[in-house]
Design a protein around this ligand. Structure first.
Ligand code: F6P
Length: 553
């Protein structure tokens, strides 16, 4: 068991106390603009590079001393040791007694990542099997039961078996080829699936059932409904032609009726929210093709190498994690906004919500003791321009402290560079406005220039003022490609892991989702056929009665 599990509370580490003092004495009342004034080379001193990504973290409450103390915190918390333990395949997911090896999914054999761990040496065979299947769907070697090409790929999964496919599928829209289109179904209420079925022709449709466990109620409910649709429209024997699946549960795939050639395995050391690199990415591979899926993996591998080898001071995921801890635990930030300036990344915040909040939303440390500090921040966000016309008001003038990550490609992933240039201008303007603000004096001056009388100008100026001094990171990269997307996703994966190490929590389990699942199972028959409710929650009793009164059956 890695030593970190018996490590001290972060608050007991010398660097933590030093950071507390540094916050109180140097940073609490600091203006970020002063840090720029003090160091004309601040941009150069507070940017990090990895592969195609540039992280500008200069617009933060961070001096050279802060960075030095944060780096010390990472060292004291044994981040490097835990990172190496992860790459070595040690069972760092202690509550499930599992290794955490999503990094093996994008490695090369020559990287020698945990090759002795059961399943790791099958990674490349499975990728090859996926590649052949993808090619066969594209070239018509694999067809539907009536001989038609399979052009509509419907991913059925939820959580980690959905969000990555949704996010990356949209992000890489310009790489879709082979005439295939991607659709995703996750929610249990059935509307997503029925809306889709009304548009699709079953003859062209390939469902990919994605479920690590193949026991998830939402996924199985949707998969059964989809199977009924295929069987009703094309006959029961068609099912084998219109379903593929990715799971660790081979028996369940078999029982569902998945053709053995269309089944793709994964391993228990792949966490759901880190699984897009495995067969869970099959639907993505089916739309972007084998080569581009491989490029997506290679991008992630580039970030893995950076994470493994770059010194802590220059290590992008470690720096981002440290900045997040700095704001979470010292400045009291409760949430973090993610604003991508490319509409194709508009599901990236939702993808990060699971990655960050399911990983680090924990109140108990890996060693079983309660945490003493706040852990995972709430993550939220939206494509940048939409955000500006929606919630950015709160970021600029509200009372909450919300650090922002701006994510922006230099080149359009659509057809208009002119429009992307406008997006970039808006992105830069937002981070500038957050940091520099707009003073009362400036507002009064501008209002006077616009012809306002002095008293009116003064009273309106209070409303127009932006306090500024609000921090942000900017992640810039050339263009949204499979390679850069792979780098970006792996960046956040490692960032989340490092935060967890510092807080002493296990970022790789998710026990907090179990209770709700159990209670829902208990309530399913109560709701649908009026069976007696076995619980004693008065609100549930009241709601059940109200639901029965509303029922149309
Ligand atoms: O409910 C949480 C969760 O267990 C996630 O962690 C996981 O990504 C999702 O459900 C789906 O699980 P599965 O892939 O086993 O269907």
């Amino acid at each position: 068991m890695p030593e970190q599990l018996s490590a001290r509370y972060p608050t007991d580490l010398p660097a933590w106390q030093a950071l507390k003092d540094h916050y109180r004495d140097d940073m609490k009342s600091r203006k970020i603009a002063e840090l720029f004034a003090r160091d004309p080379e601040r941009f150069a001193h507070f940017t990090a590079r990895s592969g195609d990504l540039l992280l500008d973290y200069s617009k933060n409450f961070l001096s050279a001393k802060t960075r030095q103390l944060l780096v010390r915190l990472a060292r004291d918390a044994q981040v490097e040791k835990m990172r190496d333990a992860m790459f070595a395949g040690e069972p760092i997911n202690a509550t499930e007694n599992r290794a955490v090896l999503h990094v093996a999914l994008r490695s090369k054999l020559s990287d020698q990542i945990a090759l002795e761990e059961p399943g790791v040496s099958d990674v490349w065979r499975t990728l090859d099997q996926m590649g052949h299947f993808v090619d066969a769907v594209h070239d018509g070697g694999v067809r539907g039961s009536t001989g038609r090409r399979l052009t509509d790929i419907v991913n059925i999964g939820i959580g980690g078996s959905d969000l990555g496919v949704v996010m990356a599928g949209k992000a890489l829209r310009q790489y879709w080829h082979g005439g295939t289109r991607l659709h995703c179904v996750s929610n249990i209420d059935g509307t997503q699936l029925s809306d889709l079925m009304s548009e699709l022709d079953p003859q062209n449709t390939l469902f990919v059932v994605c479920s690590k466990t193949f026991t998830t109620l939402e996924t199985l409910t949707n998969a059964n409904a989809a199977r009924a649709w295929i069987a009703d429209s094309l006959g029961v024997t068609a099912v084998g032609h219109h379903f593929a699946a990715a799971s660790t549960n081979h028996q369940a795939m078999d029982e569902f009726g998945i053709n053995p050639e269309y089944r793709f395995g994964l391993w228990d050391w792949v966490g759901g929210r880190f699984s897009i690199w495995s067969a869970v990415g099959l639907s993505l591979a089916l739309v972007i093709g084998r080569e581009d899926f491989q490029r997506f993996l290679s991008g992630a591998r580039r970030m893995d190498q950076h994470f493994r080898n770059a010194p802590v001071e220059e290590n992008m995921p470690i720096l981002m994690a440290l900045i997040a801890v700095w704001y979470n635990n010292f400045f009291g930030a409760d949430s973090q906004a993610i604003l991508p300036y490319d509409n194709r990344l508009d599901r990236f915040p939702a993808f990060l919500q699971q990655m960050q909040m399911e990983s680090n939303g924990k109140g108990v440390r890996a060693d079983g003791r309660p945490v003493k500090t706040k852990t995972g921040m709430v993550v939220w966000g939206e494509a940048g321009s939409n955000a500006q016309h929606s919630f950015n008001q709160l970021l600029h003038q509200g009372t909450r402290f919300v650090p922002v990550d701006f994510i922006v490609p230099a080149w359009t992933s659509g057809s208009s560079q002119r429009q992307q240039d406008l997006a970039i201008a808006n992105c830069l303007a937002q981070s500038e406005a957050l940091m520099d603000g707009y003073s009362v004096e400036q507002a009064v001056h501008d209002l006077a220039d616009a012809g306002y009388a002095e008293t009116d100008a003064r009273s309106l100026a209070a409303h127009k003022t932006h306090p500024g001094n609000r921090p942000s990171n900017t992640i810039l990269f050339p263009e949204l490609t499979p390679d850069t997307l792979g780098q970006l996703v792996a960046l956040y994966e490692h960032k989340v892991f490092v935060e967890g190490v510092i807080w002493g929590i296990n970022s790789f389990d998710q026990w907090g989702v179990e209770l709700g699942k159990r209670l829902a199972t208990r309530l399913a028959d109560v709701v649908s056929d009026g069976s007696p409710y076995p619980g004693d929650n008065e609100s549930t009793i009241g709601l059940l009665a109200a639901i029965r009164r509303l029922s149309r059956q």
